[in-house]
Design a binder for this molecule. Structure first.
Ligand code: XLS
Ligand code: CA
Ligand code: CA
Length: 437
């Protein structure tokens, strides 16, 4: 049964099309820098936002109807969501999906019941996947909504609750492996604290790391070959979250010996909440060999919370794609962890949101290609450090000098020439010229 009756398969019609249900820039087979657009941009649908979120916020109830013809909170509804999701992915050409355990089925009071529901729904999803090229990008366990996680999951003060975190991870890994998922995410929404007056930070971080080690051991034992990811976020719901940003998460992974199995899933809105640009956290991940996957969305610079908007900022998408291309691509993909604004409540709005997001990243990719082919930006950065190519600079790079030798050099010079100009304004105008010239 067709759910999105008035929505056709979305096709590329080019930048001049006025058809709202068409791609203007995402042309999946177009070759960019030697690869098809669809290979550069493995897009994913977030089960929770697209099939679940219906507009409820702190001040008001649902505006959208996401029942998909079934009664909410039932297994019939869980199956209707699968039907809707697969029809949506086929019509938009999105090839991957991401899920939390409780996005797939209604959670029961007894975890054994929830788990049998997960078995049932994952059979149904597997059935739906047959004959399509739709795949699972990553799975995760929701260890932040249920009241038992009020004091954290891996960081909880209750050993009993810790068992439930472990049980959910185990099951979410089972389902991820069953669906052939490429990755498994830890987003530590409740892994942090409100006040040090009631918190042993070291104890909590050790317990989180221990849980992650057990997850790796279990995952590998059932044949999971993909990457585990930490998804950093500085705050919300907690005041202080342990995985503040990319640099913090990398330090944690290295300290606890998890860096071989984990990479990072960088969400744009989380990077900006941490006071960084999106591209900053991508660069930090990439230079540490840990850029795994991306949650593609954007925040609002006027708001201090996680608005999860569909990305429309082409300039930021351009900077993102430059980072991704320079890093050699992602092992994961681009998951639209984004939701329609509350007044955009129709089925057509759901499609228009994905068209916006996919076109924005297609533009980002095309722009990144132009910047790379133009070469002026890369050349500038290369030249900027050229004093390290020879003489004393080369010795510094090769660790062949000492503070004593360098200090003697400084004495000899008395006063250095000023370093070359950073030329930020010129470079920004070069970018504008490449993008709009
Ligand atoms: C919330 C996070 C969450 C993760 C998965 O802010 O973005 O949705 O991506 O648990
Ligand atoms: Ca996210
Ligand atoms: Ca978010």
């Amino acid at each position: 049964m067709e759910i999105f009756k008035n929505i056709p398969t979305i096709k590329y019609e080019g930048p001049n099309s006025k058809n709202p249900l068409s791609f203007k820039f995402y042309d999946k087979d177009r070759v960019v820098l030697g690869k098809k657009m669809s290979e550069h941009l493995p897009f994913a649908m977030a089960w929770w936002h697209n099939l679940g979120a219906a507009g409820t916020d702190m001040f008001g109830r649902d505006t959208a109807d996401k029942s998909f013809g079934a009664e909410k909170g039932t297994m019939e509804h869980a199956r209707a969501k699968v039907d809707a999701g697969f029809e949506f992915m086929k019509k938009t050409g999105v090839k991957y999906f991401c899920f939390h355990d409780v996005d797939l089925v209604p959670e029961a009071d007894d975890i054994k019941v929830t788990n049998s529901r997960l078995d049932e729904i994952s059979d149904y999803i597997l059935e739906k996947m047959k004959g399509t090229d739709i795949k699972c990008l990553w799975g995760t366990a929701n260890m932040f909504s249920n009241p038992r996680f009020m004091n954290g999951a891996g960081s909880t003060n209750s050993a009993d609750v810790y068992c439930f975190a472990a049980a959910q991870i185990k099951k979410a890994l089972d389902v991820t492996v069953k669906l052939g998922g490429k990755g498994y995410v830890f987003w530590g929404g409740r892994e942090g604290y409100e006040t040090l007056l009631n918190t042993d930070v070291k104890f909590e971080q050790e317990n989180i790391a221990n849980l992650m080690h057990m997850a790796v051991d279990y995952g590998r034992s059932i044949g999971f070959k993909g990457d585990f990811y930490i998804e950093p976020k500085p705050k919300e719901p907690m005041k202080h979250q342990y995985d503040f940003d990319a640099a913090t998460a990398i330090g944690f992974l290295r300290q606890y010996g998890l860096d071989k199995d984990f990479k990072l899933n960088i969400e744009a809105n989380h990077a900006t909440l941490a006071g960084h640009t999106f591209e900053h956290d991508l660069r930090i991940s990439a230079i540490n060999g840990m850029l795994g996957s991306i949650d593609a969305n954007q925040g609002d610079y006027l708001l201090g919370w996680d608005t999860d908007e569909f990305p429309f900022d082409v300039y930021t998408a351009t900077m993102c794609m430059l980072e991704v291309i320079r890093a050699g691509g992602l092992t994961g993909g681009f998951n639209f962890d984004a939701k329609n604004r509350r007044p955009s409540y129709t089925q057509q709005d759901m499609f228009e949101a994905y068209i916006l997001g996919m076109d924005t990243f297609a533009l980002g990719l095309l722009n990144a290609e132009k910047i790379i082919n133009d070469g002026r930006i890369d050349q500038f950065v290369k030249d900027k450090y050229s004093s390290f190519n020879s003489g004393i600079g080369k010795k510094i790079r090769e660790h062949k000098t000492t503070l004593v030798e360098l200090a003697a050099k400084a004495d000899e010079m008395g006063k250095p020439d000023l370093p070359g100009s950073g030329k930020q304004e010129y470079l920004e105008s070069v970018v504008n010229q490449i993008l709009f010239g």
